[in-house]
Ligand binder design. Sequence first.
Ligand code: TYM
Length: 344
Amino acid sequence: MTDQAPAPYAGPERVLSGVQPSGALHLGNYLGALVKFTRLQHEIDTFIFVADMHAITVWQDPAQLASQVREITAAYLAAGLNPKVATIFPQSAVAAHAELAWIFNCVARLGWLDRMTQFKDKAGKHKERESVGLYTYPVLQAADILLYKATHVPVGEDQKQHVELTRDIAGKFNHDFDAPAFFPLPEPMIEGPGARIMSLRDGSAKMSKSDPSDYSRINLMDDADAIAQKIRKARTDPEPLPETLDELKDRPEAMNLVGIYAALDGRSNAEVLAEFAGQGFGAFKPKLADLAVAKLGPVGEAMRDYMSDPGEIDSILAAGAERARSAAAPTLAQVKKLVGFWGA
Ligand code: TYM
């Protein structure tokens, strides 16, 4: 017999992604993830969830968790996700995520998880004090994606390694259970200037929910004054903007502000430079602030509106959960059969 390459996955294309309800959403989440979800929902069957099971890998106040889930949902809706088009649901409402994650815990190798940089960053020097869940977190993420046989995963740059691990788990599952085209090998969708938004205080650190300085990030719920003030105070250098991207290489703060402008305006970094080359930050920052207020102001307002009606959000989540459970059930049933579980 000759060795043949396995048949490629032939199922339909599907998008899946999610956000953790573990703190206020910021500009990085918006540009790296939410804007892409909104665009993709019109192109491909799209599943977007709130990753509450991931959130509890670090302590979350039980009295707050459900309202944090509603807040992320409000942000999805405010960014333009349409619950009639995309399936929007809370992860914990679909038990199959946990079931598939267990099976994947038995497929993934310790060595693979040992390489995950996000765990190393989050755990720091005291990994023995972290939850086991924080360590196996990327395995649950693989289950989120593969339960729906998602082929495309829109995320920011920081999630690339987790999507690559998902591909490894899919490949090993397909191989071990002799089902070569069962799971797709999903593609991360990371392109564009919004994929890695950096802190406004330090161009070498990513903008993050957990940064102690609120001046490091623009929150989606910030009002116009706060947005403008944070941009005014953003760290920069004294040089004017150059003509080429190459000249921005060693100027991370300048690069970040150009990237934010480009992502907010749906343009490339090069196009932004072509317009602003030669101008200093005294001129550029007010234009960036105006653009940010014009783009984000209405999102924050819409979020507040949605959040004033939690009953409506809950009914959107309940309907999404129902759809997600129906989409997930056949995959989990097939997986149980392939694994050889009793009764499957
Ligand atoms: P989370 O909640 O940390 O972030 C949500 C999304 O925002 C992106 N992001 C950024 N993009 C650009 N610049 C930044 N500074 C920035 N900070 C965050 C993240 O890349 C992400 O796309 N593990 C995921 C949630 C998750 C998930 C999944 C995602 C769970 N299961 C399955 C995709 C598929 C997370 O913690 O994202």
